[in-house]
Design a protein around this ligand. Sequence first.
Ligand SMILES: [Zn+2]
Length: 496
Amino acid sequence: MTDRPAVAARPVVVALTLALVGAGGLAVRPVAAQRSSYDVVIRNGRVLDPETGLDAVRSVGIRNGVIAAISRAPLIGRRTIDATGLVVAPGFVDLHAHGQDDENYRLYAQDGVTTALELEVGTEDVPAWYAARADGTLINVGVAASHLRARMLVLRDGGMAQGTLLPLDSAGRRAATDDEIAEIRRVIDRGLDAGGLGVGMGLAYTPAASKHEVVEAFRSAARRRAPVFVHTRSTGETDPGSSVEAYLEVIAASAVTGAPLHIVHLNSTSAASTPRTLALVTEARQRGLDVTAEAYPYIAGMTELASPLFDRFLTGPDSMFGTLMLPRTGERLTRATFLANRVPKERVIIFLNTPAMEALAITSPVTAIASDGGVRNGIGHPRTAGTFARVLGHYVRDTRQLTLMQAITKMTLMPARRLETLAPAFRRKGRLQVGADADVTIFDPATVQDRATYTAPALPSEGFRHVLVAGVSVVTDGRVVEGTRPGRPLRGTVRP
Ligand SMILES: [Zn+2]
């Protein structure tokens, strides 16, 4: 979408003309019955659009799910939302949302999110994933084709039968033959052909995947200019196994193949190396490479305890286990309870970072905000419910480490741009402009706040007063609107 000035809307002009004619003694038609009134008008809010830089009090007119007017003058709509004193922003686009069911969509919506995408892990069966959501969703959704899940399928990982998200055995621990790598690529290609929004890779969960296999997966993505979303191979400060080594692996694969690269949760795969990895991403971009990254505002991560990611704990010191917490009970682990709980599907919180490194990752100009969220029956990580409110409350209002426009840019325009080459529908998202989709988040900057904690992770954020998807309210006065499903599936549509 090109930059466009905010336009004064037509209904106002018509009303004014009729009033003047009326004053002259001629017949006056009723103003209320105008053909050009709007479905919804958001009145008098502080409207932010990160692409044009608009930051001013305006009224927004929505018609047929699209933003039809942004006006200094009042607009007339069939329904009016009074946004006086509130911020009116594009709906947030979350590139990293594992929780993909109604429980999670409700929490995301109450955190200002209007589009939640599963791109890091993705799926081995893109058509089935979209078919499972064909009856509609509260917010917009989408998924990537998955290298990690294709590897589980082709190498017959035990997690497929056990219903885990991540590898349990062979996909993590066995090298693939050339034939198997070719089959993994076919699974990825089928997913991209079916509309997958890129390729998901979790190299920390598939340590046996060779450097060659990684480049092969990037080649599938490169043929379509599809971004590769990667959880990098290792986190640490010393080689082998440093964060820097892991970042160089995928930046090199992107440079060689031409596939765009998005590094997920830079905060958790960098930790003490955050200044070093941020420099790598920044300098790769300065060299013209299409490399982006994201972060979430917490010092802990969460993942499946039975995955190969935790194999290194077996040979590590006892003190390592104290960094792990069972979200189910809140207890910190020991070697004995680690072994007892290392069963399929059990998830664990990992305290791995410092507030200073978290802040570096969140405030860097190269990172988008993405939650890595997902709860099951109320158990999980607070990032699911609180990521966006925590950035707006802590980083913008309370500590002023980001301006409001910087934060909104990280939540809207940056993630939309990441996907719009492959999926042009994203050119109408992440913006608040005439012609953009009417995905809108309206919040009180004075009170917006996360409430979710490590022991109560499913407490919704507060301060998000109204959230609209395609012009339909999904949150009204801070509460989820029951029975409405305006969300749409988003797919990659550009073909090689
Ligand atoms: Zn991850």
